[in-house]
Design a protein around this ligand. Sequence first.
Ligand code: FES
Length: 266
Amino acid sequence: MSAPATEAGRARISGRTLRTDRWWVPPLITTLGLATFVIYAGIRSFVRAAYYVPEYHYLTPFYSPCLSDSCVPGSSHFGTPFGELPGWIPLAFLSLPFLLGFRLTCYYYRKAYYRSVWFSPPACAVTEPHGRYTGETRLPLILQNAHRYFFYVAVLISVVNTYDAIVAFHGETGGFGFGLGNLVLLGNVIMLWAYTVSCHSCRHVVGGRLKHFSRHPVRYWMWTQVTRLNNRHMMLAWITLGTLVITDLYVMLVASDTIPDLRFVD
Ligand code: FES
């Protein structure tokens, strides 16, 4: 027998939910994970310390591209078109807002924080605290539609990160060098590409608006590959948060002489 409905279309039950399982665990874990990353990235982006290893040209992604006279010598892989920046402006001021926008408007992260932070709703069959539901039809959530534009910029930033990882194959006295830091930077860049390419907007760019896949075999093949990655988008979203923190942490520890870089070729 179906449950009687209120005027608002909701089931008439006395409690907030009839669920007896620990439905609140996944949203709680998501909140803790996102909060940890946001706090770490926020602090590291502003401290302006231990973000570059001059001997090996390791640059943390949180400071890339470094384009101002405030950057330590050698860390500006693309020159310094900007002068000194006041201390309250992150040195990666050009990329960070777009990366933040890219993640914030990501379809997976939306699902995650709509449930875990905004409680809209927190879980299946659990009522939400909000009286009305307007979805993404009005400000500010209508801005989520800008995701595809953030995707285009994120591709450019991934190219920049790739360049950073390539120039890091640098020996202490010049020439080719290779250490554990290179593996860390490279692993991070590969994961960033996997996350970026697995984006739903990327899937639409390569295979959207086609009426006949059979007439576009190359785009169909690309769409198939992107779809495979897209199936793992949530996993990649979390992995890249982890690889970003690990990469930054490693560069910070080496740059501050807390640990030496494990060198394979010097
Ligand atoms: Fe997640 Fe585009 S949908 S990055």
